[in-house]
Design a protein around this ligand. Structure first.
Ligand code: BDR
Ligand code: CA
Length: 320
């Protein structure tokens, strides 16, 4: 029996999703068995093509990519377009990534059916890692009530306790489909790790480190430099970090935490998602002091070991 971590990533690729996909697909202790896509950082057609492009670039084009939801579960669109100046310097992603564009098509089976059937038939544990809006996961739960039981571990990039990014109170992935996110946190998944902005903003990548990825000279190293460079430009122009010329690479921290759990520091809490607040739509309400009387439903990451995170990516992206 393989001792590798079997993994499915649900993503909205996206620059930081791209780094997460490369880290997962190239890490020798991870078996990335499939990728599902969702709208988010860009429209679904682009997040799907971007996912295919990233995998092909690093010689992993055999990993199937299944397209999922093009819009939120309940709302017709994301709550506001205000923050999306697509393809401007403020946009950390762009529509298409600045890497060779794949001409491949996604798998014929759609994401939600793929997820349900894969978990229904699984004979070994498979971690599920949503790093975009939670629409596909919520739809799988709605369609198959046993889905939450079947998933042994769910690692979510999303939310923020002290650190928001898309509004004064919310993080993008949760805000983009708050109703879906609320239903996922209520679904009874047995082992949930939430990696919010509080942790990802502790694992910043600097311009110097970014150049060092490029200097590795591998396809993954060079693509990592390209996409993180864009992120740093965007963060410098619209949300400067405490460390000069740096940016978080949120989604990749989830992959690092799968293989090296000690890379983050967590606290067990109850998490709920605000779906009606006019000022707080999409806020993750993290009960850090256990005042709400509800059983904790997640391990929430509050800190991260940045040097180890960078070193891990250097090791994996430097492999030939
Ligand atoms: C999250 O939102 C997306 O823009 C990123 O890819 C990441 O998953 C950070 O808020
Ligand atoms: Ca993402």
């Amino acid at each position: 029996m393989s001792t590798k971590h079997r993994l499915i990533i649900d993503c909205d690729t996206g620059t930081d999703d791209a780094v997460a996909l490369m880290l997962a697909a190239l890490h020798p202790e991870i078996d990335l068995i499939g990728v599902t896509t969702v709208f988010g950082n860009a429209p679904l057609y682009a997040t799907t093509t971007n996912s295919l492009s990233v995998l092909e670039l690093i010689g992993k084009g055999h990993i199937p990519v299944h397209a999922g939801f093009p819009r939120p579960l309940v709302r017709k669109a994301m709550p506001s377009e205000r923050f999306f100046k697509t393809d401007s310097v403020q946009d950390p992603h762009g529509t298409y990534l600045d890497i060779p564009r794949s001409a491949s098509k996604p798998a014929s089976e759609r994401a939600v059916e793929y997820l349900i059937e894969t978990y229904r038939n699984a004979t070994q544990p498979i971690t599920l890692m949503p790093i975009g809006p939670l629409t596909n996961i919520a739809a799988a739960v709605a369609l198959e009530p046993r889905f939450a039981e079947w998933v042994p571990k769910l690692i979510i990039m999303g939310g923020g306790h002290e650190v928001p990014n898309i509004s004064a109170s919310a993080e993008f992935n949760i805000w983009a489909d708050a109703e879906a996110a609320a239903s996922v946190f209520e679904a009874g998944f047995k082992d949930v790790l939430m990696v919010p902005l509080d942790a990802t903003h502790k694992a910043l990548v600097t311009a110097k480190e970014c150049a060092a990825f490029g200097a590795l000279g591998t396809p993954a190293g060079m693509a990592t430099e390209t996409v993180i460079k864009r992120r740093i430009g965007s963060y410098e122009s619209s949300q400067k970090m405490d460390v000069p010329e740096s940016a978080p690479v949120h989604d990749a921290l989830c992959v690092a935490a799968l293989v090296e759990p000690g890379i983050i520091t967590t606290k067990r809490c109850h998490v709920a998602v605000e779906t009606t607040g006019t000022l707080t739509l999409g806020r993750t309400v993290v009960d850090t002091h256990h005042r709400g009387g509800k059983e904790p439903n997640a391990d929430v990451a509050f800190d991260a070991n940045a040097p180890r995170f960078i070193a891990l990516m250097m090791e994996i992206f430097g492999q030939r």
